[in-house]
Design a protein around this ligand. Structure first.
Ligand code: SAM
Ligand code: SF4
Ligand code: SF4
Length: 335
């Protein structure tokens, strides 16, 4: 199954909840996602059985990688039951989770036992004040570090650590973060602040380009480029020349990778999105709940994918501050 730009569908990111226990302003600003915000109701969420059906059909069409995300996926009750169900689907060879790490220490072993392969933990700073500013919440970096440690101990390795870099907020923490994960089994990845959604007040001036992050690190510890670990990998990889390990840079803004984007996203209420920056999704829950069989699901899926021509980041590169448009929020479709 190929889209209009000849890209196959290989990866699916599944948002299992639109709720979160943090309010990172670049993702879920408190002014928007506050008390009056209407999150999805229980019955609107896809059940684990429904998610597993979608994944089974997609795996038969070529999807091999699944990532559970959100919102904060560890807020979804009994998540390990979903992991167990997805780990058994034929064709799924890589089952991963992205989390803010707050609830990871107590869940890591259970998730591993259920069949989870890998975990990515978001941690934007080690300095408590910068972390508070990035998450708009009184979180302690130690608690997230404990989660990272527990995930490694449970064998969810190598743990990847995501740091979104925002100029003026946490860019002073880049070297500290790099130092913390040198000579460690974890792999840190520095992410450019992206203009996802319509509510995070994105400005080009707050993006620290990956090239600048790289120069900052390279000036301290010389680096050497590494080949991509696999086709379509989003991070550009480097290794420290002194043997300190590996880092990644995700340059979605400064050097978009739409040409090799093989990813779709499923929202917690069963809408399928073919691009992180899409204005709308395709309703799969209606097919699931309308009594449609797997054949109908499969037909719908190939219709959607074969019509896909998204390359938002590539198209917008060059513009600085794009016109505000009602793009869908990342916490809803899954980062
Ligand atoms: N709550 C989980 C977490 O924070 O890891 C999973 C969902 S979160 C939406 C997934 C990833 O998206 C996180 O690593 C987060 O830092 C990243 N993210 C969210 N908004 C972003 C933005 N505007 N630019 C770049 N990355 C962003
Ligand atoms: Fe929550 Fe993750 Fe978004 Fe932060 S980035 S608000 S932790 S969903
Ligand atoms: Fe894929 Fe859309 Fe991101 Fe381009 S902008 S890499 S098509 S999700």
């Amino acid at each position: 199954m190929l889209d209009r730009l000849q890209r196959p569908l290989r990866d699916l990111r599944i948002s299992v909840t639109d709720r979160c226990n943090l309010r990172c302003p670049y993702c879920m600003p408190r002014e928007v996602f506050g008390e009056g915000f209407r999150f999805l109701a229980r019955e609107e969420l896809l059940s684990f059985e429904e998610i597993t059906r979608v994944v089974t059909v997609m795996a038969a069409s070529g999807v091999t990688k699944i990532r559970l995300t959100g919102g904060e996926p560890l807020l979804r009750r009994d998540l390990e039951r979903l992991v167990e169900m997805l780990a058994r689907v034929d064709g799924v060879s890589d089952l991963a989770l992205t989390t803010n790490g707050l609830l990871l220490a107590r869940n890591a072993a259970r998730l591993r036992d259920a069949g989870l392969d890998r975990v990515t933990v978001s941690l934007d700073a080690l300095d408590p004040a910068a972390l508070r500013s990035m998450s708009d919440s009184p979180v302690s970096p130690e608690r997230i570090l404990e989660g990272i440690e527990a995930a490694g101990d449970a064998g969810l390795a190598p743990v990847k650590v995501n740091m979104v870099v925002r100029r003026g907020r946490n860019d002073h923490s880049v070297l500290d973060m790099a130092a913390r994960f040198r000579h460690r089994p974890e792999i840190i990845r520095f992410i450019e602040f992206m203009d996802v959604g319509s509510t995070n007040g994105w400005h080009a001036a707050e993006v620290v380009p990956a090239g600048e992050i790289l120069s900052t690190i390279e000036a301290r510890w010389p680096l050497q480029p590494l080949a991509p670990a696999r086709e379509g990998e989003v991070a550009t990889r480097y290794r420290y020349r002194d043997g300190g390990g590996e880092i990644g840079l995700i340059h979605s803004v400064s050097a978009p990778f739409c040409g090799s984007c093989t990813r779709a996203r499923l929202s917690a209420d069963g809408q399928l999105f073919t691009c992180l920056f899409a204005h709308g999704g395709h309703d799969l829950r209606g097919v699931l709940r309308g009594g449609g069989g797997d054949l109908e699901l499969e037909r719908r899926l190939s219709e959607i994918w074969e019509a896909r021509s998204d390359r938002y980041s590539a198209e917008r590169s060059g513009e600085s501050d794009p016109q505000p448009a009602p793009k869908v929020e990342m916490s809803y479709i899954g980062g």
